[in-house]
Design a protein around this ligand. Structure first.
Ligand SMILES: Cc1cc2nc3c(=O)[nH]c(=O)nc-3n(C[C@H](O)[C@H](O)[C@H](O)COP(=O)(O)OP(=O)(O)OC[C@H]3O[C@@H](n4cnc5c(N)ncnc54)[C@H](O)[C@@H]3O)c2cc1C
Ligand code: FES
Ligand code: FES
Length: 452
């Protein structure tokens, strides 16, 4: 397979299931560091540039959980590929503000900030989001944030009328060779996909803990990563990454998805992980699964040209058991294109960058203070991600009141069977579910706060 690594085209016969970090370090590129090898620390971060039309769009990704096959036909940039003569303004600002001590995390921070600055779509996202996937163990984050803000001011002053990348080359944020990448990528031939094997979407689940996959079939090469709508539905491809879903116009015109999904992992993981992987890995606390359960999503499955459609809530049959036949692919999600009130809540040991102890979502419509079409879900409460059918049914046609909310929470409690584990005791999780149901209503109807 071929790809561009920094300035050069690389051709390799390595298995597409090899972890990119291991491959890079074997080549002597020691800028990307190994910290956790689980996608948690950002020390191994690289930029991955994908040709879209004539432009190359770059995203920061954790190379430790990035299978080599996913970078075929793309531009991979390590810190070595950012370096120019002297320091670039991001590196300079980190030095000036005392944002570096041992330096182990620094290449990752520089890559994360570069990705943020190169990405037009992130300009309304607070800069702290850019580095939410990076851990520094000795400097302290204030100096790093100060440096980020200084660099950000310089970026804001650039004239980007000739393209963002060109402006960044001009201002010496990026080396000159970036201007040639688009033409070079167009000439790289991508090998045909294996016909059979293990489906890999983002790989953030399959490739943690040094796991390898011998026969990966990359969903990104099959399509299904689009988000679009017709008059009746919004469709989300199973291979759409979580960040694209979070900022999608289609969903944000209906709900506050950008806010809700900012609680899911970190920017680099969201840019890699997909909704399909979130659902098919069948974790009882998958955030996207819980979100789309409350949106009463349909899913579309395909094998050998045959399609079938079902409710997402009917997909889960038992712990990690799905209504998914051998060889079947989850292709699309579909939700009704209608404005509803939607609340998503998540309790985790850390506010950001953590898997939930319990999460929950609620969607409802209100007509004359009466609840219509309620859908309530909860995660971390049973062997499967739960659609809380009885509580949802109870809420239908009820007038909003503190008593109704309390009764819905009581009924929801009868539907769950949490266990004691590292994320909390069963008793604690039941308590969290109750509080999260209250929180949904308080979020949607702030006047209820006093009386609950
Ligand atoms: C650091 C870190 C933080 C995380 N934080 C969170 C978090 O906050 N919230 C959360 O919910 N999860 C979190 N996760 C868990 C996980 O990465 C996500 O659930 C993610 O969405 C999985 O998607 P993926 O595309 O990477 O899956 P992959 O690893 O590519 O695939 C997972 C499984 O699904 C199968 N599969 C994937 N797509 C399809 C398809 N379309 N059809 C059929 N089978 C398919 C694969 O064969 C595989 O068995 C985190 C993971 C990491 C590493
Ligand atoms: S080594 Fe920690 S995220 Fe990759
Ligand atoms: S400078 Fe040492 S870990 Fe960040």
């Amino acid at each position: 397979m071929k790809f561009i690594l920094n300035r050069k085209i690389v051709e390799t016969s390595e298995s597409p299931g090899v972890h990119t970090l291991d491959f890079l370090r074997k080549l002597g590129l020691t800028g990307p560091k190994e910290g956790c090898h689980e996608g948690d620390c950002g020390a191994c971060m690289v930029l991955v540039g994908n040709l879209q039309g004539d432009e190359v769009k770059y995203k920061a990704m954790n190379s430790c959980i990035l299978p080599l096959g996913k970078i075929e036909g793309k531009h991979v940039v390590t810190i070595e590929g950012i370096n120019i003569e002297g320091l670039n303004p991001v590196q300079q600002a980190l030095c000036d503000e005392g944002g570096v001590q041992c330096g182990y995390c620094t290449p990752g921070f520089v890559i994360a900030l570069m990705s943020y600055f190169m990405n037009e779509g992130l300009k309304d996202t607070p800069i702290i989001t850019a580095i939410e996937g990076n851990i520094c163990r000795c400097t302290g984050y204030n100096s790093i944030l100060r440096a980020a803000e200084i660099a950000s001011k310089k970026i804001s002053a650039l004239n980007v009328s000739q393209g963002r990348i060109n402006a960044m080359i001009e201002a010496k944020f990026l080396p000159n060779y970036f201007s040639e990448i688009s033409e070079k990528l167009k000439k790289i031939e991508v090998q045909p996909q294996l016909k059979k094997g293990t489906l890999v979407a983002g790989g953030t689940d399959l490739f943690i803990n040094r796991q390898t996959v011998e026969d990966p079939v990359f969903l990104s090469k099959l399509g299904f990563d689009k988000i679009w709508s017709d008059d009746d539905y919004v469709y989300v491809g199973a291979a759409a990454d979580i960040e694209s879903i979070r900022i999608s116009t289609e969903l944000n015109t209906l709900f506050d998805t950008a806010k809700h999904l900012s609680r899911v992992s970190t920017l680099p993981i969201r840019q890699q992980a997909t909704i399909g992987g979130n659902v098919v890995n069948a974790s009882p606390i998958g955030d996207l699964t819980i979100y789309f359960l409350a949106l009463d999503a349909d899913i579309i499955l395909k094998s050998n040209g045959n399609s079938r459609i079902m409710k997402l809530k009917d997909f889960f049959k038992g712990y990690k058991i799905l209504d998914l036949e051998d060889g079947e692919i989850l292709e699309w999600f579909r939700i009704k294109k209608e404005k509803k009130m939607l609340s998503f809540e998540k309790v985790a040991k850390r506010m950001y960058m953590d898997i939930a102890s319990v999460n929950s979502a609620l969607s409802i419509k209100i007509e004359d203070n009466i609840i219509k079409e309620p859908h309530l879900s909860g995660g971390g409460l049973a062997p499967i991600p739960l659609y809380l059918a009885k509580a949802s049914e109870y809420l239908q046609n009820k007038e909003i009141s503190p008593e109704v909310v309390k009764e819905a929470a009581r009924i929801a409690d009868t539907e769950v069977s949490p266990i004691d584990d590292v994320r909390g005791s069963a008793k604690y999780k039941r308590l969290l579910l109750r509080q999260l149901i209250y929180a949904h209503f308080v979020e949607l109807f702030p006047e209820l706060e006093v009386s609950l």
